[in-house]
Design a protein around this ligand. Structure first.
Ligand SMILES: NC(=O)NC(NC(N)=O)C(=O)[O-]
Ligand SMILES: [Zn+2]
Ligand SMILES: [Zn+2]
Length: 468
């Protein structure tokens, strides 16, 4: 007789290589059994989850989320942000070091972040530390304190606490990379070349060219490519591991993959909004669809999808960057509006819709992009990232034969704006399970108390983060 806490029966399970009908047994938050329960031996479980007709996937690991606590919880807090993530099928997130006050650029600030998250997040999380000018001596202690990596901006971040989280100057970037290389961790970069972006932006403002199309043109692909090129050069010099966040162009993807082919330790992510929205949508939707780098053309978007299909994109993240709605709706023009999309709740569904249902990409590929690769790259293996015996029971049940419309009142964000309101999808998250606990169901919403835990990344784990 098998005694289990929970069994999930009848589902179609998405593994890294295969997709199979099978049942899953969970004990003490871990996956302890994968197989068929209708055999003779018998099982006893406190909870039986019927997944008939549903797909069971590893929960998404969202490596790029801006939650604003401490200090700016009225923008987005851990409770609301993690609820939105869980409702979207995410079971772990990596919190970005900016947009809270103080930003996570010292161990003291990290401790404030972790305190704010205590009993406040429904799912597990890890913290990024920040690389900013004037704080180089804090990198090593932050690494010791278990951050999952470091983040820097190569262009001005538009952070509410502008003084505290500035973009790096060349000297800071170079020396920061030297020091981060010694910790063995990864430096994540927002790659837009500041001289190009600021010059073009100032010209638009001076000439009163303030339309969405002007905004798009002010942050061209050339700025992304120039920043990537510079950073790769610095990494070659310093040996620092790199990860490029929210890459928006195939040209940058190819440049990064070329560097990897030549032996550099570098990865990249893109986001659902670059794959599901275009510059045309920015004109239609307005500021809710404003982000940096900006949404690109439909042609560029198809090239990005090709990069996904060919395996050149390592992972998908939401870059959930929330703000009070007024900073979107009351801005006098698009340049003035907050740059950042509220997307935490729809990453998985958008990837299933646009990638699998519409473009026929295999679910095995999508689960690598959404779960396995972020776990591998940021030191969360073997605890997270795939459906395997011994791993945390971090799972999502999805219905791929349904349809629904995204409505404002479904949003769990503190401020309920999203560029996806009104969009029709043909898949839906039915249930999310975090370390064996059901934290969300479509019918009941959020369940129980927020009991997510922080995952501190040890030096040994960081050292294992090698390129594929
Ligand atoms: N301060 C932000 O949250 N910025 C974010 N904003 C975007 N992507 O528009 C980002 O990650 O760059
Ligand atoms: Zn960014
Ligand atoms: Zn971001």
């Amino acid at each position: 007789m098998k005694r289990l806490d929970t069994i999930i029966v009848g589902g179609t399970v998405v593994f890294l290589e295969t997709i199979q009908r099978c049942d899953i047994g969970i004990r003490q938050g871990k996956i302890v059994y994968i197989g068929a329960f209708d055999s003779d031996e018998g099982v006893q479980a406190e909870q039986i989850i019927d997944a008939t007709g549903l797909h069971v996937m590893a929960g998404m690991i969202d490596a790029h989320v801006h939650l604003n606590e401490p200090g700016l919880g009225d923008w987005e807090g851990f409770v609301t942000g993690s609820s939105a993530l869980a409702a979207g099928g995410c079971t772990t997130f990596l919190d970005m070091p900016l947009n809270g006050i103080p930003p996570t650029v010292t161990v003291d600030a990290l401790q404030q972040k972790v305190s704010a998250a205590e009993n406040a997040t429904y799912i597990d999380y890890a913290c990024w530390g920040g690389l900013v000018p004037g704080k180089l001596e804090h990198l090593e202690p932050l690494a010791e304190a278990g951050v999952c990596g470091f983040k820097a901006f190569m262009s001005a971040p538009g952070d509410p606490d502008e003084e505290a989280f500035r973009n790096v100057d060349d000297e800071t970037l170079l020396e920061g990379m030297r020091r981060i290389a010694r910790t063995g961790q990864v430096l994540a970069l927002h790659a837009e070349y500041e001289p190009i972006v600021s010059q073009l932006t100032m010209a638009c403002l001076a000439e009163q060219r303030l339309s969405p199309a002007d905004y798009t043109a002010s942050r061209p692909i050339a700025a992304e490519v120039a920043a990537v090129q510079q950073a790769l050069g610095f990494a070659q010099e310093t040996g620092c591991r790199l990860h490029f966040v929210h890459i928006s162009s195939a040209e940058a993807v190819h440049m990064i993959q070329q560097a990897r082919a030549e032996g550099m330790d570098v990865t990249l992510e893109t986001c659902p909004h670059y794959l599901a929205l275009t510059d045309h949508d920015l004109e239609q939707i307005g500021a809710a669809a404003k982000c940096a780098p900006p949404l690109r053309s439909a042609a560029q978007q198809e090239q990005l999808w090709q990069c996904i299909a060919s395996g050149e994109i390592d992972m998908i993240t939401s870059d959930h960057s929330p703000c009070p709605s007024a900073l979107k709706t009351e801005a006098s023009n698009i340049f003035d509006a907050w740059g950042g999309i509220s997307g935490a709740q729809h990453s998985l569904e958008l990837m299933l819709e646009e990638g699998h249902l519409r473009r026929d990409l295999p679910l095995t590929l999508l689960t690598r992009l959404l779960s396995w690769e972020p776990a591998r790259r940021f030191g969360l293996l073997p605890q997270k990232g795939e459906i395997r015996i011994g791993a945390d029971a971090d799972l999502v049940l999805v219905d791929l034969q349904t349809n629904y419309r995204i409505e404002q009142e479904q949003l769990y964000y503190r401020h309920k704006h999203s560029p996806y309101i009104g969009r029709e999808l043909h898949c839906r998250v039915e249930q999310t399970i975090s370390r064996g606990r059901v934290v969300y169901t479509r019918g009941l919403g959020m369940i129980g108390k927020p009991m997510g835990q922080r995952i501190g990344i040890t030096k040994e784990q960081a050292a294992e983060i090698a390129p594929r």
